[in-house]
Structures are given as structure tokens and as C-alpha cells.
Design a protein around this ligand. Structure first.
Ligand SMILES: C[C@H](O)CC(=O)SCCNC(=O)CCNC(=O)[C@H](O)C(C)(C)COP(=O)(O)OP(=O)(O)OC[C@H]1O[C@@H](n2cnc3c(N)ncnc32)[C@H](O)[C@@H]1OP(=O)(O)O
Length: 708
């Protein structure tokens, strides 16, 4: 047995060959091209050794099985032929495993994803642990790919076409219980007996291939060609509704699964390998892979080089509203840290506690959580009308009204009632942290921690430093945000910070186009088709027209005239149009409203005669370019630390189309000269606010790009 091998085999006295997968020097197993030879020689031995009665594949890593093929390896492919050949090598390797005469069992604990699940599906039996980290899925679509080593064929064979297709199209993972129900695993066991149970299966007779455990309508549909046509059509429509034609993997997945279902596994595998090769070379897959690399890199960063975060054992939350409730929830449910909520009313506290209860209860009902776990999490949440219990908090996060005096008073109160070392993190979305810290006794412990609504769903947190924030405070806050399940970016203090600052000019231009007569649906649909999750006018309704109206003057005051909002807010507010929250905005809301009809009365209110004048391309340029330009200003002013942070912030904070890589990668892909030229043209046509940021011009002059 050699230490430098990823696959090592030991044949036990009972005749079961246990193959342990433990990629040397890596924290998680990933599959590499070079393992084909290693597995090949193990297969040679197994194929010729009659004394071996069964085989078990198990991971040597404590918390995971295999996280898929090595994405670096895929990224390193120079052309489609290289990538196709990787897929074919994997297919051949897994075929050989499947064809062994003895039973082969995958013993799965932790992540079993992509190529990892493809290997497990080539085994005859899969046993998994009931560990909460156990997850089985084919997430390749999130990388703009399809499963390349048999996954498009074996998953539908095991769980049925409908469920298999959905899993491959969405990348959705199944937890242990769900995998058992779907027929993806044969047995679910506690981790302590995983190997023993796997060995038992390996000593049984090789199981005959089974049919997916289908019931009801699924069974009827999958039985006939007509029924399967319906499944493929529906799956395609649903997936494209989200993808808007921007993700080439979607069509390829449907065609490939269909090929196998209709023409057999061999034809399916051939199409799978070819499609994998082609998709690996698409710009969409390239950008999505870069997001994976960026987020993995960010997981390791502390936010302050060389500084270790302090441990956070208790958190205080000021304000039990929507944001406070969400913050308390992610603190207890995700980070596992007790949170003490202070509000001025019992109602506020009740609201916050209820917010968590509702979310946890949903998980229990969906069987994602046991009731005992819900109760344990709820015990971590407590409320108070005064500061009792705050003396032991390590971090206090305030989520009270956007009022500077009030926030400064919160700082003083926390300094009085909490420990000397307690960090004060403010969830302000518009007030400068420097001003909130201005009256603090310990300004080095004041920091911004800006969450996005809804807190439990939105993955980004902006961590805002002011000149006196200490490195320890930064590192501790970054670490807390990560535990709460967030991807944090550290940004410098300044109006709008990063995310709202780049969003504002985009929204302003959409509003200007609307006032000039472009129909609301035309604007929204154009930008959704471009790749945003919702259009800018829908977003205004979601954020709240009153909130946008409040933020606008702050940005103008701090950053200048290019942030001037079009003159329509007053009329909208006077008409009590706040957006979704009071069910009165640009769209119609309320009971009985089907679909998402525009509230056309808004046109007469704003004296608009709606008519399409601008093409989709013009609308995109008009709205998007000021966002890109502002991102460049933020980099120039060091509001963000790097283009990478700017890209991740835009993708995770406002849903900038991920397949375009974020504002900076998008500018690189278009060419900075093109961006500057377009901005200059728009500046002549529409106003000086489009003047290119000096950084962009400087970069063009020097022939630079944001990334190498
Ligand atoms: C042919 C096939 O069909 C094609 C494929 O299989 S494509 C790959 C499909 N698999 C995936 O997309 C899964 C990618 N990985 C993940 O989502 C997450 O890493 C995970 C959920 C498995 C674990 O998350 P988490 O516990 O937070 O650990 P995380 O920090 O992300 O990863 C641990 C290490 O494993 C590495 N890693 C995980 N999966 C990897 C992969 N598929 N390729 C390369 N590296 C990977 C990470 O880079 C990180 O490396 P580091 O220790 O040097 O920083």
C-alpha cells in the first residue's frame, strides 16, 4: 500500500476488498484524470482474483465521500476534445466498476457530488449515513456543465426520468432520507456501522438491476413514449423560464437524457461525453467555474491578513423587525450561536421569535429537521425589553430604524451595558459607519454588517469598515457572517457602500426610460432576459419606492449629481405607492390578482403614454453601463478590495447574471475599450452622468484588464 495513491485496496479475511479513496494532500476527495490508471490496475486485480467476494468503496476523508471531478482539471482543458476525453475516461472507469462480477457497494458519508455520485451510481448498492452532511447530487449544471461520466444516464435509471431530470437540471442535492425515498440509496445507517453494513451487502448476491420506485402519475407518465414526451417538454419549459436561454447546458441536458431514454445507454453516453466537451468550452461555464474558485478562496480569508478572529459565543440583536428577526434566525439556526433580541416592545420580540419558529417549523414539516432540533434552536433565542443578558454578548448587531441619532444612542447603550470587548455591528443600509462610530468610546469595535433581505435567503453580507475599525473586529465579524451562512465582502465606508451604490444608477436609468414612455413589462422583461432574476421596476416595488426615495438624496449628497434620481418619486409617494409592502406600486398585488399585471394607473399618474421605442440592446446599455461604471469607481476609490469582491458582491447581492461572471469579468469579456466607447456615446446622448470613470480610461490607455 503506497501513501501517494488516492485509491488503496485491502482484501479482508472475509473476501471483501475495501477500496479507500483518500486523495493525498487534499481536504476533500476530487477525481482526477491521473486516477484512471490507479483504478485500472485495481480493476485488473479484481477481475482476475476469484477469492474476492465483494467490493466496498469508502472515503478515507472524515466528513465527505467525493466532491466530484476536480474542477481545476476541467478548467485546464484547452479544447472540447480534451474535455470530452476526460468524460470518456470517467465513463470507461465507471463501466468497468459496474461490470465486475461481484457486488460492489458505495459506502457514503458526507458530500457525494458530481463525479462522486457517478462513481457511486456505477456501484451495485449504495449505503449512506444519516449524517446531516450527507448529500447526493449532480451539481454540474451550476458550473454550466452536465454530468460527464454516466450521470445523465444512471440517475434517471435509478430514480426515474422525471426526478433524475429535475435533479440534473437544477443541481439539487438529496439528503440521506430523500435519497433513500427516491431509490438512490438502498440503506441509510448511522456512521458508526457504515462499513459493516456495506460489507454485509458486499457479501450478498449481486443484486439484479432494479426499477425506480415510481408511484401514481409519475409511473403512468414514464411508462409510455407519449408520457415521457410530456415530462421532457415540461422540464424544458420550466428550466428555460428560469434560464431564459442564457445557459446552454439546459438544452444539452434534456437532449442527452432523452437520447439515453430513447436510444439506449450507449447512445446516451456518447452524447453525454460530446456535450460535456462542448459545454466545458462555453464562456458561460468558464465564468461559473471562476465563481466557484472565487468563493472557495473567500471561504479561507479572514478579512484581515494574519489576524485570527475571536470566538463568538453569544450575539445580541437590537430590533425584532424583519431584518432583526432574520439576523437572530441565521445566528441560531445556521451559526448555532445563542441570540438575545432586544426590542422596545413585546410585539417586536414576539415577531422575531415567531419569524424563526415559522422557518424551522417548515423544515420540520418537510422532514429536513427533527422537532427536537427545532426546540433546541428555539432555546437559543431569547428576548428582552432592556439590556439584561447583553453583558455576556460578544457581538451586538443593531437593526433599528435608519436614524443616525438613534444608532449613535444604540452604540452608547451597548458600550454601557455590554462587555468592554463587545463588537457593535450596524446593519444600516445607508448611514455612514464613520458617523455612527463618531460618538463611540471604542470606535475600533464599531463596524457595518449589512445583510440583504430576506436575510435567511440572500447569500451576501457587506462588512463595512471605517478608518478606525480594528483588524480584530473585522476578522471576528467576517467569521461570524460566514458561520451565519453568508459570503462576506469587506468594503470601505461610503454612501451606498458597494452593492446599493452600483444598483442605484441602474435603477435610476430604468426609471428614466419608464418616464420617457418605455412600457414597464418591456423594461423588466428585457433585463430578466439579459440574466437578472427580476427586472428593475419589479425590484423597485420589492425594495420599496419609499426606501428608494429616501436613499437617493443621500447618494447625491455624498457622491454627486450622477446619482440624481428622476423626478417621479414625489408623485408616487403622494399617491401612497410604496410597492409590494402596501400592495400598491408599479404592479398589481393582492388577492384575486393572477400573474403579475402592471398597474396601468401608474402611467396616467406619471403622465406617460407607454410605447416601445427602445430596442432590448439599447435598454441594456442604458441601464447596465452606469452600473459597470460605478463598479469601476468603487474599485478606484478602494470601496471594494478587488474586482473579485466586486463580482461576487454583485452576483450574490443583486443577482448580477452569474454566467457573465460579475461586472468586472463582464467588462473584461466585452473589452474595456468597448465599455468606455459606449459610455462616452451615452454621455453625449443622455448626460454627463455616463462619463467613464477615470480608472476605466486609464486601463484602456494602458491596455489593462481587471483579471489576467
Ligand atoms: C465529470 C463530472 O460529471 C464533472 C464533475 O464532477 S464537476 C464537479 C461537481 N462537483 C461540484 O460542483 C462540487 C463542488 N464543491 C462544493 O460545492 C463544495 O466544495 C462542497 C459542498 C463539496 C464542500 O463545501 P465546504 O465544506 O464548504 O468545503 P470547500 O471549502 O468548498 O471545499 C474544500 C476543499 O475542496 C475543494 N473542492 C471541493 N470540491 C471540489 C471540486 N469538485 N474540484 C476541485 N476542488 C474541490 C475546495 O477547492 C477546497 O479546497 P481547499 O481545501 O484547497 O480550499
Amino acid at each position: 500500500m503506497s501513501q501517494d495513491k488516492a485509491f488503496t485496496m485491502e482484501v479482508r479475511d472475509d473476501g471483501v476488498a475495501v477500496i479507500t479513496i483518500d486523495v493525498p494532500g487534499e481536504s476533500m476527495n476530487t477525481l482526477k484524470d491521473s486516477f484512471a490508471d490507479e483504478v485500472g490496475s485495481l480493476m485488473n486485480r479484481l477481475e482476475s482474483d476469484d477469492s474476492v467476494k465483494g467490493v466496498v468503496f469508502i472515503s478515507g476523508k472524515p466528513g465527505s465521500f467525493i466532491a466530484g471531478a476536480d474542477i481545476n482539471m476541467i478548467d485546464g482543458c484547452e479544447n472540447a476534445v480534451d474535455a470530452e476525453s476526460l468524460a470518456r475516461k470517467g465513463q470507461a472507469m465507471f463501466d468497468r466498476i459496474e461490470q465486475l462480477n461481484v457486488p460492489v457497494v458505495a459506502a457514503i458519508n458526507g458530500a457525494c457530488l458530481g463525479g462522486g455520485l457517478e462513481l457511486a451510481m456505477a456501484c451495485h448498492v449504495r449505503v449512506c449515513t444519516d449524517n446531516s452532511k450527507t448529500a447526493l447530487g449532480l451539481p454540474e449544471v451550476k458550473l454550466g456543465l452536465l454530468p460527464g461520466s454516466g450521470g445523465t444516464q444512471r440517475l434517471p435509471e435509478l430514480v426515474g426520468v422525471q426526478q433524475g431530470l429535475t435533479m440534473i437540471l437544477t443541481g439539487k442535492e438529496l439528503r440521506a432520507k430523500q435519497a433513500l425515498k427516491a431509490g438512490l440509496v438502498t440503506e441509510m445507517v448511522p456512521q458508526s456501522i457504515l462499513l459493516d453494513v456495506a460489507v454485509e451487502h458486499a457479501l450478498k448476491r449481486k443484486p439484479k438491476s432494479t426499477k425506480p420506485p415510481l408511484k401514481g402519475m409519475s409511473k403512468v407518465l414514464e411508462a409510455t413514449r407519449f408520457g415521457r414526451d410530456i415530462i421532457f417538454k415540461k422540464a424544458g419549459e420550466q428550466a428555460q423560464k428560469k434560464a431564459q436561454g442564457n445557459y446552454p447546458a439546459i438544452d444539452k441536458i434534456i437532449q442527452t437524457v432523452r437520447e439515453g431514454v430513447e436510444r439506449g445507454r450507449e447512445a446516451g453516453l456518447d452524447k453525454e461525453a460530446r456535450s460535456f466537451g462542448e459545454l466545458a468550452m462555453t464562456p458561460e461555464s468558464y465564468q461559473l467555474r471562476q465563481i466557484f474558485f472565487a468563493t472557495t478562496e473567500m471561504k479561507k480569508e479572514t478579512g484581515a491578513d494574519g489576524v485570527k478572529p475571536d470566538s463568538v459565543k453569544r450575539v445580541g440583536v437590537l430590533g425584532g423587525g424583519l431584518m432583526g428577526g432574520g439576523i437572530a434566525y441565521v445566528t441560531a439556526a445556521k451559526a448555532g450561536i445563542p441570540a438575545r433580541i432586544k426590542d422596545i416592545s413585546e410585539d417586536g420580540i414576539r415577531h422575531a421569535l415567531h419569524y424563526s419558529y415559522e422557518r424551522l417549523d417548515k423544515k420540520v414539516k418537510r422532514r429536513h429537521m427533527r422537532r427536537a432540533e427545532l426546540e433546541k434552536t428555539m432555546l437559543m433565542l431569547s428576548g428582552s425589553l432592556d439590556y439584561s443578558g447583553f453583558e455576556r454578548t460578544d457581538v451586538v448587531i443593531e437593526a433599528v430604524f435608519e436614524d443616525l441619532n438613534l444608532k449613535q444612542k444604540m452604540v452608547a447603550d451597548v458600550e454601557e451595558h455590554a462587555d468592554e470587548s463587545t463588537i457593535f455591528a450596524t446593519n444600516t443600509s445607508s448611514l455612514p459607519i464613520t458617523q455612527i462610530a463618531a460618538t463611540a468610546k471604542r470606535p475600533e469595535q464599531v463596524i457595518g454588517l449589512h445583510y440583504f433581505s430576506p436575510v435567511d435567503k440572500m447569500p451576501l453580507a457587506e462588512i463595512i469598515t471605517h478608518p478606525e475599525t480594528s483588524d480584530k473586529t473585522i476578522a471576528t465579524t467576517v467569521s461570524l457572517a460566514k458561520k451565519q451562512g453568508k459570503t462576506p465582502i469587506v468594503v470601505k465606508d461610503g454612501a451606498g457602500f458597494y452593492v446599493n451604490r452600483i444598483l442605484a444608477p441602474y435603477m435610476n436609468e430604468a426609471a428614466r426610460l419608464l418616464l420617457a414612455g418605455e412600457p414597464i413589462e418591456h423594461l423588466d422583461k428585457t433585463l430578466v432576459k439579459f440574466g437578472f432574476p427580476v427586472g428593475p421596476i419589479t425590484l423597485l416595488d420589492e425594495v420599496g419606492i419609499d426606501v428608494a426615495a429616501k436613499v437617493a438624496p443621500v447618494l447625491v449628497k455624498e457622491l454627486g449629481d450622477r446619482f440624481e434620481a428622476p423626478d417621479a418619486f414625489e408623485k408616487l409617494i403622494n399617491d401612497d405607492r410604496k410597492g409590494k409592502k402596501n400592495q400598491k406600486g408599479f404592479y398589481q398585488y393582492g388577492k384575486g390578482v393572477k400573474g403579475k399585471p402592471v398597474d396601468t394607473s401608474v402611467y396616467s399618474l406619471l403622465d406617460i403614454d407607454p410605447e416601445r421605442n427602445k430596442s432590448a440592446e439599447e435598454i441594456i446599455d442604458i441601464c447596465l453601463l452606469p452600473m459597470l461604471n460605478e463598479a469601476a469607481y468603487c474599485l478606484q476609490e478602494e470601496i471594494i478590495r478587488s474586482p473579485r469582491d466586486g463580482d461576487i458582491g454583485a452576483i450574490f447581492g443583486i443577482g448580477f447574471p452569474p454566467f457573465l461572471g460579475g461586472p468586472f469579468r463582464y467588462m473584461d469579456s466585452q473589452g474595456l475599450e468597448t465599455i468606455v466607447n459606449k459610455l462616452e456615446k451615452l454621455s453625449t446622448e443622455r448626460g454627463e452622468r455616463y462619463t467613464p470613470a477615470p480608472l476605466l480610461k486609464q486601463m484602456v490607455e494602458n491596455g489593462w484588464s481587471f483579471y489576467q
